[in-house]
Design a protein around this ligand. Structure first.
Ligand code: ZN
Length: 394
């Protein structure tokens, strides 16, 4: 039988060891952050993309090739060049329920580089979501994510920054992480934060950096969510048409002490899937990127629409980008890149009558689709160079 005194000491010793481990991890993280703050660009270029040139993706079909099923997209003509994913850096701000699933998906797809920004730690209360495991408890989310993602696909350069995007002191360092130092490298930001002030900060950062970004969010009751694709000056920025809660300053009053919002792994994963699907379409130039896509799980209803930039937007940088885009499009492009999808609009009657599966469009849904039909826009295929041209400084 255990001596109760010895047992107590053993418990205490175990707790001390755990504390020492946590402190060592914290120390390592702080040293890394200090290095990055001293010289973020050099730190990135030296640590994160050293082997990019050595990376390749083979389409060879064998059980040892992790990319064979992804490269099959190219063989089947879905994408013209899957390997361009190696040249892409994705910055994910917020690696909670949506962000961490997005990070895992992009790692498995072989993205060139992932830059993760978050300032929270993993808690047992996060275990209702995907990815994090109980043994991650106490670790910073960026460290836990970095550790696991590197195991999933060591080809991907992953870096983590324990930074709060709403803290003004962090603005310059996050801006430098978002700005691409190499014009040929495509950069995209995924916003997976859970509050509107963080979204507003990201809006400002992406407007300043002229970097496209995908916004995402979940409802507080966990049964619906949305994504929004924002190209500075081309589509509405987050402030062009802010949600009512932001416009009226109600958000703070909605947060009550001791009340936590609901979250479901299913809804988070669905929104993360939609987010990454649109990120991949943008990076790999296939299909259409949806400007705003909303999902309601109660009705299993999806709606999509586009938002034009607001000429009276409260963000001065947005107005500046709108002017630049108009000027650049006059100079280098024959038409606006967002064209109404008039010629290819869905022929509802034909869908219901002649499809080989005899699928019928229910009248109520059909009405909603008709309403949306005039609003659906198509993101015209743009080359990287065209987009850079459009977003360049005039
Ligand atoms: Zn705006």
């Amino acid at each position: 039988m255990d001596n109760p005194t010895t047992h107590g000491l053993e418990e205490e010793l175990r707790a001390c060891k755990q504390k020492i481990q946590n402190l060592l991890r914290e120390n390592e993280q702080l040293e890394m952050e200090m290095q990055q703050m001293k010289d973020p660009k050099n730190s990135l270029s030296s640590n994160l993309i050293p082997n990019e040139c050595e990376r390749s993706m083979s389409g060879e079909v064998n059980s040892e090739n992790r990319y064979s099923r992804l490269m099959a997209l190219q063989k089947m003509g879905v994408v013209s060049d899957y390997t361009r994913i190696i040249q892409c850096s994705v910055v994910i701000i917020g690696i909670g329920g949506i962000g961490i699933v997005a990070a895992e998906m992009l790692s498995r797809c072989g993205i060139g580089e992932l830059i993760l920004i978050d300032h929270d730690s993993v808690e047992l209360a996060n275990m209702n979501r995907m990815f994090y495991r109980p043994e991650h408890s106490g670790m910073t989310k960026v460290e836990a994510a970095k550790q696991s993602l590197t195991i999933i696909n060591s080809d991907v350069k992953v870096s983590g920054f324990n930074l709060d995007v709403t803290n003004l002191d962090n603005y310059d360092i996050i801006l430098s992480l978002i700005q691409s130092d190499t014009p040929s490298r495509q950069r995209l930001v995924l916003c997976c934060v859970d509050n509107f002030s963080a979204r507003m900060s990201i809006n400002q950062l992406c407007l300043e950096a002229r970097v496209p970004w995908l916004e995402s969010g979940l409802s507080e009751n966990a049964v619906s969510g949305h994504i929004q694709f924002i190209v500075p000056g081309v589509t509405a920025c987050f402030a062009c048409a802010p949600p009512l809660v932001v416009a009226t300053g109600l958000e703070a009053s909605l947060k009550k002490e001791g009340v936590c919002v609901a979250s479901l792994p299913t809804t988070s994963a669905i929104i993360a899937g939609l987010l990454v699907q649109n990120a991949l379409k943008y990076i790999l130039r296939f299909g259409k990127c949806t400007e705003v896509l909303a999902y309601n799980s109660i009705q299993d209803f999806f709606s999509s629409y586009c938002l034009k930039p607001n000429p009276k937007c409260s963000f001065k940088l947005c107005l500046q980008r709108q002017e630049e885009v108009i000027k650049n499009s006059e100079n280098c492009m024959s038409n606006n890149i967002f064209l109404p999808q008039q010629d290819e609009s869905i022929q509802l009657e034909e869908v219901s009558k002649d499809n080989e599966w005899n699928i019928e469009v229910v009248e109520e849904v059909a009405d909603e689709m008709r309403e949306n039909e005039t609003e659906v826009c198509e993101l015209k295929d743009l080359t990287n160079e065209e987009l850079n041209e459009l977003l360049k400084i005039s």
